[in-house]
Design a protein around this ligand. Structure first.
Ligand SMILES: Nc1ncnc2c1ncn2[C@@H]1O[C@H](COP(=O)(O)OP(=O)(O)OP(=O)(O)O)[C@@H](O)[C@H]1O
Ligand SMILES: [Mg+2]
Length: 389
């Protein structure tokens, strides 16, 4: 109203048109700006919001103008805990680059937010919030850190694993030899049982060492066309063989063209899928035990969804198990990080998986809540056979 009145005060038609034009242009720039912009008054009510910002929260500007930012944008009953806006009305000082995690469309997203005072007649009249979506940057940065950690740890681990593998082969060789000729060594049945136990332990140690070497040593990749649906089915059947029961498993293919084939090292991708599905199954079984103790109904499920986005094939492995504690999130891709009881896990599954996916020029991400955990693998569809190493 105010604006309209002021514009009407300009009697000269061409000045009026010019100002109106400039106004429309500014509004267009404001709306098309790639960052989210929100102008707030002292009551935290939205005075203006650009289309970018409104679109991110699934709204139109007209729907949220006049509402408070916490209700209109985030459907919260009260202001966000980290919000510095009230303070800015007092201090008049801008706050830059506050990093926040916000849930949008059920997805965890990362934002860098700046708050800028809008001063009129020496007084802060409004605060401009500027949102920049840094989800992709953040994921990329985390992946880089993970990769660097893996490289340095991998070198150390490879050395140690090699050193242990030799004496271990010696132990199992001698034990086998004794078992083959018990009379020669004067070993009775009890002794033979003990040797079997030694051999079981050496087998387990060898599996762990092979995992370690797989994770750290130089890798041979054989890239061929492979059908992901078949690999997922295989991974599910391995899980059933491992004795995980009463879990609903499903495969969903979202891609309209039904493309499930990609160039990859199918054995390595199978290892990755098996690791993710195994983790999901373990978590679902833990949840089932917990729910049973509390006499609650519970049906565990693991779903693998395949879809195409741009030139990537996306594999989502979803379970409704225990979820991952927020405090564990930064560590789950670290080698040897495990929350399983001793003997149940080495903590290498996710780091091996992560490495395999990186070797395929893809990426691995996770999103988790107490009701749902989703691991996302992104793989380029057009990796060619020349990439064989
Ligand atoms: N789907 C999931 N749900 C809940 N927690 C998970 C899930 N996937 C991974 N985790 C957590 O991440 C940790 C690390 O997983 P990772 O696969 O690297 O090792 P692990 O499963 O503990 O042992 P290993 O895979 O070597 O047998 C797990 O111990 C668990 O705490
Ligand atoms: Mg695991």
């Amino acid at each position: 109203m105010n604006e309209f009145y002021q514009i009407n005060l300009i009697k000269d038609q061409s000045s009026y048109d010019k100002i109106l034009n400039a106004k429309h242009q500014l509004e267009m720039i404001f709306d098309l700006h790639q960052e989210g912009l929100v102008l707030l008054n002292r009551e935290l009510k939205i005075i203006r919001i650009n289309k970018t910002m409104a679109g991110w929260v699934g709204q139109r500007p007209a729907d949220v103008v006049g509402k408070t930012c916490y209700q209109g944008l985030w459907t919260l009953p009260r202001p966000c805990t980290f919000c510095p806006v009230n303070n800015i009305f007092t201090t008049g000082e801008a706050v830059h680059g506050i990093e926040e995690t916000l849930e949008i469309d059920g997805q965890q997203t990362f934002w860098s937010i700046s708050y800028l005072p809008v001063v009129e007649n020496g007084r802060v009249e409004m605060v401009m919030e500027r949102y920049r979506d840094i989800t992709e940057e953040k994921k990329f940065f985390e992946m880089q850190i993970r990769t660097e950690k893996l490289i340095s740890l991998g070198m150390m681990v490879a050395g140690v694993a090699h050193e242990i593998m030799n004496p271990l082969s010696g132990i199992s060789g001698i034990a086998n030899n004794m078992l083959n000729m018990p009379e020669r060594y004067g070993i009775n049945e009890t002794g033979q049982d003990r040797i079997h136990t030694i051999l079981d332990s050496t087998t387990r140690m060898r599996t762990i060492l092979t995992d370690l070497l797989n994770f750290s040593g130089p890798k041979q990749y054989t890239m061929k066309k492979a059908d992901l649906r078949q690999l997922i089915e295989k991974a599910f059947s391995i899980i059933h063989l491992k004795g995980f029961k009463d879990i609903e498993t499903s495969i969903h293919i979202e891609d309209e063209d039904n493309i499930t084939e990609i160039m990859c090292d199918s054995e390595k991708i199978l290892i990755s899928l098996d690791n993710l599905i195994h983790n999901a199954a373990y978590s679902v079984m833990e949840k089932a035990k917990q729910q049973k103790r509390e006499n609650n109904e519970y049906q565990g499920y693991i779903n693998v969804t395949l879809k195409k986005r741009d030139k990537k094939l996306i594999i989502l492995v979803t379970d409704n198990g225990m979820g991952i504690f927020k405090s564990d999130m930064p560590r789950i891709f670290d080698p040897f990080f495990t929350t399983k009881s001793p003997g149940e896990g080495t903590g290498l599954g996710l780091s091996i998986t992560n490495q395999i996916i990186i070797e395929h020029q893809g990426a691995l991400f996770v999103n988790s809540s107490p009701v749902k955990t989703v691991f996302t693998i992104e793989l380029p569809i057009d990796l060619s056979e020349e990439k064989n190493r």
